[in-house]
Design a protein around this ligand. Structure first.
Ligand code: ADP
Ligand code: NA
Length: 300
């Protein structure tokens, strides 16, 4: 039995957007200070089930690594590694397509005897397979896997700037809908200026009836690290047009140092590769005895 272990994964689709940042990454940074062992996996095997240019995938992985570090992931506190490097022999074979998302995720969670898995609200049911497999294995072969528990990473949902009934997403085809954490101050200001609100000019917070304005208030509060009440009090007397300036200033202020840091890190591929190699080594050290124990009990 080991103390709590946190495991989470993120797909290497390039630089994270504001939804990833506020809905997942901020929490990842907090968790590395709260739990003794924290593993963050760049889940590249999920992304190769769709055909992808290998050079593009490599550069997405390094961009994401740089982004995670710039957002505050500390390689001394969190094990940051690449999923495919733990599953050798699978990468260049069609066989990986057989592993569907939930199967791969369950295998990853169990491999490190994870106890806690931070997920977004939309992903809670994804964990059921890992929980079932842990229970089934333990019943047959004796306790080995803790039943992983979800750790609701955050109830923050960042909405699309163009359609506040949908969540902000990298796959949103609309331009101006998504802010990535490396957007320039000009792009951020433009996207927020164009954000869909409604016909009421006063700034209030009511996600049900006023999703557009409320999304801006939430973003403002989260990026400035203030409460929604404080954000509303700063908005008093402003119409939504003037308020957008305040919101984009808060976003720009928070993201500027991160963007600069990503720029620096991106140019040092050797450093990023070295970090991932170090993460792989640490992850292997955790996984090896678990795999050996599974083999021993099952009789492989
Ligand atoms: P996307 O939804 O853009 O495809 P991912 O599925 O890779 O992004 O999500 C990675 C993490 O970011 C997950 O924990 C997910 O819950 C979180 N996340 C993604 N989009 C949002 C959003 N709009 N608001 C809050 N959290 C989000
Ligand atoms: Na998602």
């Amino acid at each position: 039995v080991h103390p709590h272990r946190v495991f989470s994964g993120i797909q290497p689709t390039g630089v994270p957007h504001l939804g990833n940042f506020l809905g997942a990454l901020e929490n990842w940074v907090a968790l590395q200070n709260q739990y003794p062992t924290v593993l963050y996996s760049i889940v590249d095997l999920h992304s190769i089930t769709q055909p992808q240019d290998p050079d593009q995938l490599r550069s997405n992985i390094l961009d994401l690594t740089a982004s995670l570090l710039a957002c505050g992931i500390d390689p001394e506190k969190a094990i940051l590694f690449q999923q495919s490097q733990m599953k050798s022999g699978q990468k260049n074979e069609g066989s990986v397509g057989l592993f569907t998302y939930p199967v791969l995720q369950a295998a990853d969670i169990l491999l490190y005897q994870s106890t806690h898995v931070p997920v977004g609200e939309d992903q809670v049911q994804h964990l059921e397979l890992a929980q079932d497999l842990a229970r089934i294995f333990n019943n047959h072969y004796g306790d080995l896997f803790p039943e992983p528990r979800t750790l609701l990473s955050s109830t923050r949902k960042v909405k699309s700037l163009r359609d506040p009934s949908a969540k902000m997403s990298k796959s949103d085809p609309q331009t101006m809908a998504t802010i990535t954490i490396t957007d320039s101050p000009e792009d951020i200001a433009l996207k927020i200026r164009r954000a869909v609100t409604d016909f009421t000019s006063e700034v209030t917070f009511d996600p049900e009836t006023r999703p557009g304005v409320s999304n801006l208030v939430m973003i403002h509060a989260a990026m400035a690290a203030i409460s929604v009440e404080e954000a509303l009090s700063q908005a008093r007397g402003l119409d939504t047009g003037a308020y957008k300036k305040l919101v984009s200033d808060a976003v720009v202020q928070r993201l500027t140092p991160i963007r600069h840091e990503i720029g620096k890190l991106r140019s040092d591929r050797a450093y990023l590769e070295g970090l991932l190699a170090q993460g792989r080594k640490k992850a292997r050290e955790l996984a090896a005895p678990v795999l050996a124990e599974v083999r021993h009990r099952v009789g492989f």
